[in-house]
Design a protein around this ligand. Structure first.
Ligand code: PLP
Length: 303
């Protein structure tokens, strides 16, 4: 059995897991005034030591969300950093840790209410995607991706996942593992909880910043790592039919990690098996997050 969370942090205080509280009339609930981060801490296979992957980048992104959402008096970066690092050992994990940090409006008010701003941190187990080794069956969703001029995908707002749920529920009802979403320009954007890469003729292509994506920490990592490994990487608009003719397709994100796509709309990707570039990148990503390579120590914050 997976380990169980025992403690969480709410507004800077460590409290037992069961004692976390948000009032039902707080804006966090009434208008989904919440931004969040999903962050992973990995356990080193030999030493058992934990390191949080790209903590700084996740904290920078939540502060961008806080600014765009105009929350008043948010917690400082230093406070959130310290809360995450102290919470992990208190929960006595015996495997990798998934951290969810939320910043939210913690009181009642109108749509224009900007505070008081509260925050919560939980550290829980999270399993790997079932497609990690064999690949996922994905479909193209009939829902359209949210867009910057109505519901900005750049902000990791809880409310955005209302749209993601429609996509995920439709994908499951249609017999897929997950789906990819087209934006209102008719171009491929991303999945409901992960970014996307395709491989064509040895080059990696990922939907660009203007494709209504979340500016994913893992996507940035993959772009850099792939280039270091000698692959060309292009950020561009991606058409639906490019997915059908791609040699390889994979999803990436903190939660998903790096997971191959075996088919799109029931058409096999390549020969329907995870491709060599995807699997090489997956192995490299695993070594970097877990610290079994000494490269990029700046990406791992020791717990
Ligand atoms: C909609 C969406 N896109 C992309 C990602 C990947 O972002 P990151 O790599 O920063 O975790 C996530 C979260 O994992 C997400 O929820």
């Amino acid at each position: 059995m997976a380990w169980q969370a025992k403690f969480m942090v709410q507004n800077g205080r460590v409290i037992p897991w069961e004692e976390g509280r948000i009032h039902p009339h707080a804006l966090a609930v009434t208008y989904a005034a919440t931004v969040f981060e999903g962050i992973r801490a990995y356990r080193h296979p030999e030493t058992g030591a934990y390191a949080v992957f790209r903590l700084k980048e996740h904290l920078d992104r939540i502060m961008q969300g806080v600014k765009i959402m105009r929350f008043e008096n948010p917690p400082s970066l230093e406070q959130m950093h310290a809360d995450i690092l102290r919470l992990i050992p208190l929960n006595e994990p015996d495997d990798d840790v998934y951290i969810r940090l939320q910043v939210l409006v913690d009181g009642p008010g109108t749509q224009a209410t900007r505070g008081p701003t509260g925050w919560t941190v939980v550290a829980i187990p999270r399993e790997r995607s079932p497609g990690f080794g064999s690949g996922l069956a994905v479909g193209i969703s009939s829902w359209t991706r949210i867009t910057d001029n109505s519901m900005p995908p750049r902000v990791k707002a809880v409310a955005n996942y209302h749209a993601g749920r429609f996509v995920t529920m439709q994908a499951k009802a249609d017999g897929y593992d997950t789906a990819l979403i087209m934006n209102n320009q008719g171009k491929v954007s991303e999945g409901p909880g992960a970014c996307l890469f395709i491989v064509r003729d040895g080059r990696l292509i990922t939907p660009n910043r203007g494709s209504d994506i979340l500016e994913s920490v893992t996507r940035t990592t993959v772009i850099q790592v792939a280039r270091e490994m000698g692959y060309a990487v292009e950020e561009a608009q991606v058409d639906r039919t490019e997915l059908y003719v791609a040699d390889e397709v994979f999803l990436c994100g903190t939660g998903q990690e790096l997971v191959p796509v075996a088919s799109v709309d029931r058409l096999p990707v390549g020969d329907g098996k995870p491709g060599p570039i995807t699997m090489a990148l997956q192995a490299r990503y695993e070594a970097l997050v877990r610290g079994t390579t000494a490269d990029h120590p700046e990406w791992r914050t020791a717990v």
